[in-house]
Design a binder for this molecule. Structure first.
Ligand code: XMP
Length: 518
């Protein structure tokens, strides 16, 4: 276990991910965690993340010097590096000058940390103050224009640090620097693999569940699919999945859950086709928030009724135990963002299923709560789930209803499904699925424009292509798909989908736009 102390920058999650990429398990702790609490978890090493630009800023988070003398190896990054320098008696100058962005770092003395790296590294910097003197016993490993000491190490004490951000992709050899610390200074071993995660989780789930029954709401998304597959691997038929088909999925997705998923996992699945009910409830509604509310309400009703049926069936059959558990696909970023405590994340995830009635009381099984999205995908692959499911782009719960600008009806859904399927097919054929985060296709159902096809004028609808790149959906950029790919999509959609005579590209980033149009 490597603990990453979060000094409040957005980089802590990234650091934890990079450590895990080195096959070393890692978790994040807030900088307010007491040194005893951190040490009590017996980490193999501690990494101090970036944070505010100055250690002299009022209220800047403090580093307890005791953490550096406890014998646990510590690696400081950016703010963590400066806090370390200061705590150990080095000098940190208040320059007020910022060094920001790509910077050339000169390696002075490679030592262990920078062993085997080129003499100059292009690295990502973001700092105000400057370490001008390394603490006693440390060698200065590198320098940069605005950081006299840009890296230092004291391998005997297991301490090292860098001013730049080795965890970001823009920093050359960043992963190597991190691995030199983990393996060569801290003595970690790369034993954390997907096989081990699956085995550990399966054991843990078995131990918790015993012979009770488990329920899961399957959405067709990656998280709930992988969570359910893990639980199925652990307790087999004691798990029942409920899939509410709200009729707002993309072409082929309901079938994917019903057929391919069951084939791959052998999971016991109860499918509720509620599409007619959802369409009725949505009739004539154009307002996005109202659509969301209606869909949320109908989902709860449907899932609740299905859950009651499953409970009743379990009681009638001579099944060994009652339904005591509910599976949730909560991921590590949700856990970190809601404060990291068990309770906090549970409240949020309970929310996800929309507040089940009080008389249905379940404990939560959250087998993915320590994992990042890319790790969840790797677990999915390990469990043998179909690639189309494992690599599925994030898709909103309210589905295509919020990708039809205007009221939703069966005909409009069909138009959008056809256009969307073409866009997806072409992106997949171009091999670019994993280069984009999401690719909403939006039907402007209340807009018509004039076109000409064959000999005649048309008066059809535009569809919007909205490919985006993102790390976490909080911010996003529009995806730069190749022109010839866009052309193929446009030509096919206007040729193959009668009602559409115009295809437009959304080139707005988020902010100011959101990813979805509604
Ligand atoms: P926006 O449009 O806010 O979307 O940039 C951010 C991410 O959230 C997804 N999204 C939703 N997911 N229910 C969901 O489960 C919703 O109502 C919803 N609205 C947006 C969106 O697809 C993107 O990944």
């Amino acid at each position: 276990l490597v603990l990453v102390v979060d000094y409040g920058a957005q980089y802590a999650q990234l650091i934890a991910r990079r450590v895990r990429e080195a096959k070393v398990y890692s978790e994040i702790v807030p900088h307010t965690a007491a040194t005893e609490t951190i040490l009590a978890r017996q980490p193999k090493a501690v990494i101090l993340s970036g944070g505010p630009s100055s250690v002299y800023e009022p209220g800047a988070p403090q580093l307890d010097p005791a953490l550096l003398t406890a014998g646990t190896p510590v690696f400081g990054i950016c703010y963590g590096f400066m806090a370390m320098a200061q705590a150990l008696g080095g000098t940190v100058a208040r320059t007020g000058m910022r060094e920001y962005g790509r910077t050339a770092v000169e390696v002075l003395e490679p030592g262990t940390l920078l062993a085997g790296l080129p003499p100059t590294l292009s690295s990502w910097m973001s700092h105000g103050d400057e370490v001008t003197g390394a603490p006693d016993g440390f060698t200065v490993a590198a320098t940069s224009p605005r950081a006299a000491v840009a890296a230092f190490e004291n391998t005997a004490a297991g301490l090292a640090g860098v001013q730049w951000h080795p965890e970001v992709l823009h920093s050359e050899h960043g992963q190597q620097v991190l691995e030199h610390f983990l393996f060569d200074i801290a003595g970690c071993r790369p034993t954390w693999t997907m096989v081990n995660i699956v085995e550990e989780q399966v054991e843990a789930i078995r131990a918790r569940v015993g012979d009770a029954q488990v329920l899961c709401a399957l959405s067709g998304g990656v998280d709930s699919s992988v969570a359910a597959a893990l639980v199925q691997r652990a307790v087999g038929d004691q798990l029942t999945c409920v899939f509410v088909d709200h009729g707002l999925l993309r072409a082929g997705e309901a079938e994917q859950v019903e057929r391919d998923y069951v084939e791959a996992t052998d999971v016991k699945l109860k499918v509720v086709d509620a599409s007619a009910q959802f369409l009725r409830a949505l009739e004539g509604v154009s307002d996005p928030e109202t659509k969301r509310k209606i869909i949320g309400r109908e989902f709860i009703r449907t899932f609740e009724a299905a859950a009651r049926e499953v409970v009743a069936e379990a009681a009638h059959d001579d099944q060994p135990g009652e339904i005591e558990w509910l599976v949730q696909g909560t991921l590590y970023p949700d856990v970190v963002e809601s404060g990291g405590g068990e309770g906090a994340a549970n409240i949020k995830s309970h929310h996800n299923v929309g507040g089940l009635p009080d008389d249905l009381e379940f404990g939560l099984i959250e087998p993915l709560r320590t994992l990042f999205k890319d790790e969840v995908r790797a677990v999915g692959e390990q469990l043998g789930l179909p690639p189309a499911m494992v690599w599925r782009h994030p898709f909103p719960g309210p589905g295509l209803a919020i990708r039809i600008v205007g009221a939703v009806d069966g005909e409009r859904l069909e138009i959008l499904r056809r256009a969307d399927a073409i866009a997806r097919e072409e992106v997949t054929a171009a091999g670019l699925d994993r280069d984009i985060w999401q690719f909403p296709v939006v039907l402007l159902a209340d807009v018509r424009s004039v076109g000409v096809q064959g000999d005649g004028r048309t008066y059809g609808h535009p569809v919007v292509l909205r490919p985006v790149t993102s790390e976490d959906a909080m911010t996003a950029d529009w995806g730069r798909l190749p022109y010839d790919l866009l052309e193929r999509i446009s030509t096919r959609i206007t040729n193959e989908v009668d009602e559409v005579n115009r295809v437009v590209l959304d080139i707005t980033s988020k902010p100011p736009g959101t990813i979805e149009w509604e």
